[in-house]
Design a binder for this molecule. Sequence first.
Ligand SMILES: Cc1cc2nc3c(=O)[nH]c(=O)nc-3n(C[C@H](O)[C@H](O)[C@H](O)COP(=O)(O)OP(=O)(O)OC[C@H]3O[C@@H](n4cnc5c(N)ncnc54)[C@H](O)[C@@H]3O)c2cc1C
Length: 378
Amino acid sequence: MPSRRQFLLGSTALAGSVLAGAWRPVAAAPTAEGSFLPADFTVAVPDLAPERIVRRLVGLRPFRPMGVRLEAEAIGRTTLIHHYGHGGSGVTLSWGTARQAVDLALAAPGRGAVAVLGGGAVGLATAWLLRERGRPVRLYADRFSPHTTSDVAAARWFPSQLVDPAFRSPELDASLRQALLFSHQRFRRLVGRGYGVALLPHLRLGSQPPSPGWADTLLADLIPPPQDVSDRGLPFQAAWVGATPGLLIDMPQYLLAMQRDLRRLGVELVQRRFEAPGEIAVLPESVVVNCTGLGSAALFGDNELVPVKGQLTMLPPDPRLRYTLSAGSLYLHPRSEGLLLGGTYVHGDPTTTFDSEAETEILKGFAELYAMPGSALG
Ligand SMILES: Cc1cc2nc3c(=O)[nH]c(=O)nc-3n(C[C@H](O)[C@H](O)[C@H](O)COP(=O)(O)OP(=O)(O)OC[C@H]3O[C@@H](n4cnc5c(N)ncnc54)[C@H](O)[C@@H]3O)c2cc1C
């Protein structure tokens, strides 16, 4: 395992490339007319014919009404740091809450190896930051990519389905702002470095400019308000079109790159399922960070965790399509393996069966947005 000094000096190709990346704000420099979108920006219209569908994915977002659980608990002589419950924001927040979890882990007694439970976006970022802070790490997970919920995430960098409005507070907002800023910096550094993280404009469609939501206000220092591009002649049936700079994470590519790099940094990835906390208490590591996502419901009896089922329809990749799009709950994200269409959020549904009727509605919704022949508005 590389020493802390070697790591910080960038002894591996990875550390050299990623740690050296300086943070830049996400917004590309505005053009002369004050727009970050080039004047010749065009919108490729996807072919949404149902017979072209290549894949269907279903995932369960690990939602806790009060937000991410970040706290220490003693089980026997082991210090357990809980770090789960990211709802629809686990990728977006992963690096930021990982830093908060790592601070808790490093405050525990001992300087030995730390165990991370969970091989999704949250566990991988946690393992990375622990290594970066000089601790040996072993990562245990029942499943790794491509078999985690994180692989399903459509993964535009934006928080959603994170906290029930009843639990919002100035303290929570401040903590989330800090986590989002750090996470954004980390993803921003990975752009163009083979991690599947790309800068892409985000187009938001509606009948009128939206008033800023809770997430927009949390991100006010990072993402500028949408720029009105309704008069650009873009091929949409929408009275209002706004554009913001955005980040998109191609999850299968990102997770594989993270796993590869963690191994290079000396982290052992161990396939293992835990059935009870007692199995964790006897691990050789005396500090354990629990990043098991929805798995924490069964493993630790967390009744606050609620699955929020979501599904994605994948069409063949379309390299012409260089934007993400949202309209109400509908969204479209280009991934290297295909074009993802989504927009379902079913609270409390623990099943992973695909809903064909919902898919038909989503396809119809997009056909109307793009004003395609045969659609209600086309
Ligand atoms: C359709 C859809 C779209 C989404 N879009 C976005 C998006 O655009 N942006 C965004 O930020 N998020 C999005 N999400 C949410 C995101 O997928 C989750 O928040 C995120 O994957 C949670 O990551 P995690 O690492 O906590 O959990 P997971 O990815 O589920 O990883 C949990 C890990 O813990 C392991 N584990 C669980 N139980 C045990 C056990 N008992 N023993 C051993 N190991 C165990 C698992 O095997 C796995 O390795 C979306 C989700 C869905 C379903």
